[in-house]
Design a protein around this ligand. Structure first.
Ligand code: AMP
Length: 385
């Protein structure tokens, strides 16, 4: 039995968290929630989803299923999200029943790339040149404005490079537009970055902000490959990155964990790539390498508790484990488990598929150059011949 205490102080252990979407982020949040004595109910079409395996209850339904989402709302004290791809109108409806954190208005700004970019322009924050595209004529106009090479990205529901096509030459533009199904999109100028970094922070219900050490991210085939933290970075640049993220979180009135992905240029400039209004893959290192993990921090924020200490306890490298590694069955985990500095995280996904994030390895080592080398050695040992 959950007791409604929203509006009357923080939600204390014993309260019930509702999570929309049952992926690995919800799972790790669920593990943290249960450790702290919270109950967790998840909405997902599959009871055996990664979050469902660690939840107290699963409400079966998709992220657009209003009836199922309302059923979940009736069971919980607060609702939060495993993914930003929940219709904002549905969140509006849920907010009439129970607090939703972050609020529908935050998701409305972020889940559409065009709205997100317009919001960033409004704050005067630096990003690559971009233009919206809604029709064939708009595509040519956008190329004229943005220049080439560029990346066409659908406005909604794209992630890990899905719904994105790179355009090198003007004559390839029409085919690229076809490839994304002529869906409303934005065109972005390709950034010649030297490095990708992210700022993961949490913002509490009272507006307090806790920022984790900046993460340095390497992508392979559009999917995060490794994260190193803390990212070696001059103090002035770090302060600039943090100020950008703080400004975004404050202006949105965000509550919970948020990640801001940045491109770092050779001259030290930082351009915002995108905002994720939730726990983030590049913050997984905090689960093991920080005094308070991003998952506990998110729970603290959405429950109205004071934020925990984001201090790093160790240098860390995170290596993502992608579905390809399962081609011949379970990878030989003994290679990971033999290393005392390695923590293995598997998400309980029942169907490995190419490009699917199945788990990660966290390497705890203050010498993060060495840890990056170990990550590659482990990857080689886990990769099918
Ligand atoms: P996204 O889903 O937008 O984060 O894109 C995934 C990855 O694609 C990014 O982390 C970059 O590695 C790459 N990427 C996306 N947009 C650009 C861009 N405008 N210029 C260069 N690389 C990009």
């Amino acid at each position: 039995m959950s007791v409604r205490r929203a509006g009357a102080g923080p939600l204390l252990p014993g309260s019930t968290l509702g999570v929309l979407g049952g992926g690995q982020l919800g799972r790790m949040m669920g593990l943290a929630a249960r450790r702290m004595g919270y109950r967790i109910v998840v909405l997902d079409p599959d009871a055996r989803c990664p979050t469902g395996q660690v939840a107290d209850e699963v409400v079966i339904g998709g992220l657009t299923d209003e009836e199922a989402a309302l059923e979940l709302a009736g069971l919980v004290d607060v609702i939060t999200l495993d993914t930003e791809h929940v219709p904002a109108d549905l969140l509006d409806r849920l907010e009439e029943v129970v607090p939703v954190r972050p609020r529908a208005s935050v998701l409305r700004t972020i889940q559409d790339r065009q709205t997100q970019k317009t919001f960033l322009d409004g704050l005067g924050l630096p990003q690559t040149r971009w233009a919206p595209i809604t029709d064939d004529a708009g595509l040519d106009a956008a190329i004229a404005e943005v220049g080439l090479p560029a990346i066409l990205k659908v406005r909604r529901a794209g992630y890990d490079g899905k719904g994105q096509v790179r355009i090198e030459r003007a004559e390839d533009a029409a085919a690229a537009w076809d490839r994304v199904g002529k869906r409303p999109a934005v065109l972005e100028r390709v950034v010649d970055f030297v490095r990708e970094v992210s700022v993961v922070l949490a913002r509490g219900l009272d507006g307090a902000i806790a920022i984790y050490p900046i993460a340095e991210n390497v992508h392979r085939r559009h999917i995060l490959h490794t994260t190193r933290a803390p990212a070696p970075m001059p103090a002035e640049r770090q302060a600039r990155a943090e100020a950008i993220a703080r400004r975004i979180a404050d202006d949105l009135g965000h509550v919970g964990v948020m990640a801001v992905e940045l491109f770092e240029l050779a001259d030290g400039a930082l351009l915002v790539n995108e905002i994720a209004p939730r726990t983030h893959n590049s913050g997984h290192y905090t689960y093991g390498a920080a005094a308070t993990s991003q998952f506990e921090q998110h729970i603290r924020a959405v429950c109205g508790l004071p934020l925990g200490d984001p201090r790093p306890l160790s240098g860390a490298v995170m290596l993502n484990l992608i579905g390809e590694l399962w081609r011949d069955g379970d990878p030989p985990w003994q290679h990971v488990l033999a290393r005392p500095e390695a923590r293995l995280h598997l998400y309980g996904k029942l169907a490995p598929a190419p490009g699917r994030k199945m788990g990660h390895v966290l390497l705890l080592d203050d010498d993060t150059d060495r840890a990056l080398g170990v990550a590659e050695e482990l990857l080689a040992a886990l990769t099918p011949a």
